[in-house]
Design a protein around this ligand. Sequence first.
Ligand code: URA
Length: 223
Amino acid sequence: MNESPDLLETLALARDFLSREIACAPASVARIDDRESDADPLIILDREACSCQKCGLAQTRTSVVFGSGKTNADLLFVGEAPGAEEDRQGLPFVGAAGQLLTRMIEAMGLTRKDVYITNIIKCRPPNNRDPKPDEIAECQPYLLQQIDLIAPVVICTLGRFAAQTLLQTTESIGRLRGKIFEYQGAKLVPTYHPAALLRNAHWKRPAWEDLKLVRKLYDGTEI
Ligand code: URA
């Protein structure tokens, strides 16, 4: 096989993601990319959200975890809600699941700076409980505006909660994953949550298939 060095590196990262043992290095994450501008409407919205008091989570959070990455990314990842580490740092997916997400993105041949990462809700539910319907309803406008401003080509939802919320369905993640849905002019592909992959290594193979589909949609080689 005559693989280019880049492809070989990507294949090595994919093997790394698929292997059972993942030694996660700390994620190197910035809230916004290097080309940020004070006039960027997404940055302005981020600042507004930081003082949000629309639901009870404002009383218990340390930080509003608005999102991080490239403000005009073609690929948007949407998770569930910040956990303890995300609440502490004010950044999405920086705990154990986040470090696996970083590996997944790298296995696709991208970096966290190439994509944008956010959650359905922006503040940590106490004790990592599921977000409540009123919290989702109050937070939804932020996500819808994020999608509108970023205008991604592909949205990859992580886990049952994000897929069910965006697609307004109660279908299981096992049935939703790997399919292509239309969402606000973007292609939406649900896959497993990285935290679930840390618990169930046998889901990594289907998750890798989903990520390859996401990459093809990102490249425009899959319609
Ligand atoms: N899990 C999520 O869904 N989002 C995060 O930001 C971290 C963990």
